[in-house]
Write a protein that binds this ligand. Structure first.
Ligand code: LP5
Ligand code: MN
Length: 238
């Protein structure tokens, strides 16, 4: 049967080998026979440049490249610097931050989800800054060790900032969701980022609509499967 798979927020890193093992097993088990795999950001815990010699990156690139189906990638807020070189090495196609898909007769909007968190003004300011092309070029030109130190500092500041923020500020803004779905004329939205896996029903374009949120891969896997029969959020052990 036709099926297309979506995942996000794996936050792969050396320190969490169980998640990497779970991901590699997921690829082996789920991708044969599927039409495509979409990775909606934060595949990696932090990305400081395609030239990072981290062996985990090579291992993941080799696993992705060997897959029998097309793999698409939308950047997350941790791996927005993942570039063309790594895309080529892993065989992934980089997509823009929002993409509309036509799947088995349904129009679906996919994105990482951070842009929907418009109540989090501190984050949106930070995002606008680090998405400036010139600043990214400057950062990528720094020595690797310095980039590692800066990323670590950013992670620490982010953890500090998050501990001061309410849970609702760090969730999506309801109007931002409706606006995005109306702008793209879709009744289906799939995203990650908030780590709050759920299927939400709402009204957009004057009609019933659904927003599916992928879970983070902390202690179990999370994926969405779209088939001609429907859209399912599925959790599974590593
Ligand atoms: O990531 P998470 O889950 O902790 O929180 C996110 C938002 N935070 C971020 C920041 C990332 O964690 C940092 C990733 C760094 C890796 C790449 C480095 C590349 C650098 C490139 C430079 C061009 O995304 C967090 C949200 C939360 O999601 C929920 O939506 O709230 O937002 C913040 O925490 C933003 C803060 O409000 C302010 C940002 C503090 C960073 C300050 C930078 C200081 C840098 C010092 C450098 C010398
Ligand atoms: Mn994220």
């Amino acid at each position: 049967m036709s099926r297309t798979l979506f995942i996000a927020d794996l936050h792969l890193c050396q320190e969490e080998p169980a998640i990497t093992a779970g991901f590699l097993r997921f690829l082996q088990r789920e991708t044969p026979g599927a039409d495509a795999l979409y990775i909606l950001g934060d595949l990696f815990e932090a990305w400081i440049g395609d030239d990072d010699p981290d062996p985990l990156h090579q291992q993941i690139a080799a696993a992705l490249r060997a897959l029998p189906l097309p793999v698409y990638f939308i950047h997350g807020n941790r791996d927005f610097l993942l570039g063309k070189r790594y895309a080529r090495a892993s065989g992934m196609t980089l997509l823009p931050e929002e993409q509309v898909l036509d799947l088995y007769g349904k129009r679906l909007l996919i994105m990482h989800g951070d842009t929907l968190c418009t109540d989090d003004e501190g984050y949106q300011r930070f995002r606008r800054k680090v998405h400036q092309r010139w600043l990214q070029r400057l950062f990528l030109a720094l020595p690797l060790r310095l980039r590692q130190r800066i990323a670590l500092r950013m992670r620490d500041s982010s953890k500090d900032a998050n501990s001061q923020k309410s849970a609702s500020i760090m969730d999506v803004n309801a109007q931002a969701v409706i606006d995005a779905m109306q702008r793209r004329r879709v009744q289906w939205l799939i995203h990650g980022h908030t780590h709050r896996p759920a299927v939400h029903t709402l009204t957009a374009n004057g009609q019933p609509a659904q927003r599916l949120v992928l879970g983070a891969w902390h202690s179990a896997g999370s994926m969405i499967e779209v088939t001609p029969a429907g859209v399912n959020l599925i959790h599974f052990p590593f």
